[in-house]
Ligand binder design. Structure first.
Ligand code: FAD
Length: 534
């Protein structure tokens, strides 16, 4: 959640010649590394794989597990690190004492205009900065599930059908795929015993105020074993849930993120190899129709220690909305993948994200802001203007800020697009400044203000730094891919992540729908493509 205060820019520092330079060492690999401005000899490795998946978030996790269960070996490339947790672990960083673990090394972040001077590290969050909008993208085994709050909402049928292609077949997804995701993530709502504790005063205030306004209030399903939070209250482990410290990852464990669910199950099949610190720099269609993947293996500081060129029959893009779209647009613009659909890069949306800091200077919300999320108000009657507003914990900053956080998102028709810029050899997001203006001024803002009530202060952080943590689209279903993620006209190339979404996720946080759409796609691909294209 604290990502909203990050802005800055992400410039490709890709050495276009890295793979070429490495190619000079084919057959004669020499150990070495690139340090500073000087390029030393970097060994090159060539490998051939049946299936390569880029990215280990929701889309990549579902893909790896379901292909492996069908007997298909999978190589999963992840640019980030593993982040193991357990009671009293100190794996994840803390908002109160920020350090290098927060930031992906190629982000050049600024904190309200002040550059942060962390040493380069394969940290958790990359800020992909575009025109009028910064998209926050996660890094690490498990992707966004490492740092996400964990709100796991299934859209209502009428909102889903108004925003997604009918052919996805709501009835089947409702019966098969959404429940399958819910089981994998072991969803649960917070127990009343926890909510009644002093640490959850903000949650109780939100529910009381929303009810007062006549709004619906419900508990939000979360991928959390709440016994961990109860154990914290009993003093059995250091607080991680119950003081809001989990905003950058829950140290104590008990959060069923993708690394400990889908990826763990995939690795347990023995058919999935997860390669960490493997950053894909380029993808290409080989003359024989196979796929070539150019990879930098790095150390944890981002220094390249090996170049790899992988060839594969089937390539699955699951690097998240922004990074999948950027990789494909570069490949298209530079001729590495000819004849890509014209709509590539278009139809991109923010889910109309809004984060408010809600301050009650007189009463406050209690000294400890337990989290991550307990209650929300799902206002989904109108499928074209459906919104969700929730309360989330405010990270502990060592003082009683008398503040908590309210978050809103919903259906918006605003769309931007990624466009390739040859001058920087990268695709850049172009977002219309007023893209989500209508839903924010007519619905999200007024509802949040009424819940906050008089005598409190509601600061819209997106007005300061326009940010989304729900980037969606870029290789949209229907225009760039089919509903199973097959890129149109590119046999063996698939998109199975947030880039496949139609620029919104039907007034819900996106992870559950990204995973359910991938589950549905894999049901088809296992039957229809394994043995031919895969
Ligand atoms: C702070 C925050 C809070 C959030 N809260 C919620 C929430 O409560 N509920 C919810 O539903 N959603 C939430 N989200 C959004 C959610 O995390 C994303 O929608 C979801 O993770 C996207 O899934 P994905 O499969 O598209 O990609 P991701 O989960 O983003 O995974 C992509 C993976 O690809 C890797 N990758 C990228 N580029 C490369 C490359 N070139 N080479 C190799 N690997 C690469 C990345 O490191 C990453 O691990 C939140 C996001 C953030 C940032």
């Amino acid at each position: 959640m604290w990502g909203y205060i990050l802005s800055g820019f992400s410039r490709r520092s890709f050495l276009a010649g890295a793979a070429v330079a490495g190619a000079a060492f084919v057959g004669n690999p020499v150990a070495g590394a690139r340090t500073g401005a000087r390029t030393e000899r970097i060994p090159l490795t060539r490998e051939d794989h049946r299936v390569v998946v880029i990215g280990s978030g929701f889309g990549g996790g579902v893909t790896a597990l379901r292909l492996a269960e069908a007997g298909v070996p999978v190589t999963l490339l992840e640019r980030g690190l593993r982040w193991p947790t357990g009671p009293d672990a100190d794996t994840f960083p803390h908002a109160a004492s920020p350090d290098k673990r927060i930031l992906w090394h190629r982000s050049n972040p600024q904190l309200f205009g002040t550059p942060l001077a962390f040493e380069p590290y394969a940290g958790l969050l990359e800020a992909v900065v575009g025109d009028n909008m910064t998209a926050l993208c996660a890094a690490g085994v498990g992707g966004g599930s490492l740092v996400y709050q964990g709100m796991t909402l299934q859209p209502a049928q009428h909102v889903f059908e108004a925003n997604f292609p009918q052919e996805l077949d709501w009835a089947t997804m409702d019966r098969v795929h959404y429940p399958r995701v819910a089981r994998m993530l072991q969803l649960a709502t917070a127990p009343d015993e926890l909510i009644a504790s002093p640490n959850y005063e903000a949650a109780r205030t939100f529910a009381r105020n929303a009810t007062r306004e006549g709004y619906p209030v419900s508990k939000i399903p979360m991928p959390i074993d709440w016994n961990y939070a109860l154990a914290e209250l009993r003093g059995e482990m250091k607080p991680s849930y119950t003081n809001g410290d989990g905003a950058l990852g829950v140290n104590n464990g008990g959060k069923h993120s993708v690394d400990v669910t889908y990826i763990a199950a995939a690795e347990a099949t023995g058919l999935v190899t997860v390669e960490t610190l493997h950053e894909v720099r380029d993808v290409e269609r080989a003359p024989d129709g196979r796929w070539t993947v150019y990879v930098d293996r790095t150390d944890a500081s981002g220094t390249v220690v090996e170049n790899k060129i992988l060839t594969t029959k089937a390539l699955v893009m699951a690097a998240g909305s922004a990074n999948t779209t950027k990789l494909l647009l570069r490949a298209s613009a530079t001729g590495r993948i000819p004849d890509m659909p014209d709509a590539l890069g278009a139809g991109w949306g923010t889910n109309a994200d809004r984060i408010y800091v809600w301050t009650d200077p007189v009463n406050g919300f209690g000294e400890k802001g337990g989290g991550p999320v307990i209650y929300g108000s799902l206002q989904w009657d109108d499928p074209t203007a459906a919104i969700t507003v929730i309360q989330a914990s405010f990270p502990p900053l060592g003082l009683d800020s008398r503040s908590t956080v309210m978050v809103g998102y919903g259906v918006s028709s605003g769309r931007g697009r990624f466009v390739y810029d040859a001058a920087i050899d990268d695709a850049v997001l172009q977002w219309p400044r007023e893209g989500d203006h209508e839903i924010q001024t007519s619905r999200i803002g007024p509802v949040a203000a009424r819940i906050a009530g008089p005598s409190t202060l509601l600061v819209d952080t997106n007005a300061v730094v326009p940010t989304t943590w729900h980037p969606l689209g870029g290789a949209n279903m229907g225009s760039v891919c089919d509903l199973e993620g097959r890129v149109l006209g590119q046999p063996g190339l698939y998109v199975l992540d947030g880039a496949l979404m139609p620029g919104n996720s039907a007034a819900c946080n996106p992870s559950m729908t990204i995973a359910a759409v991938a589950e549905r796609a894999l049901d088809h691909l296992v039957v229809e493509d394994v043995g031919t294209l895969i």
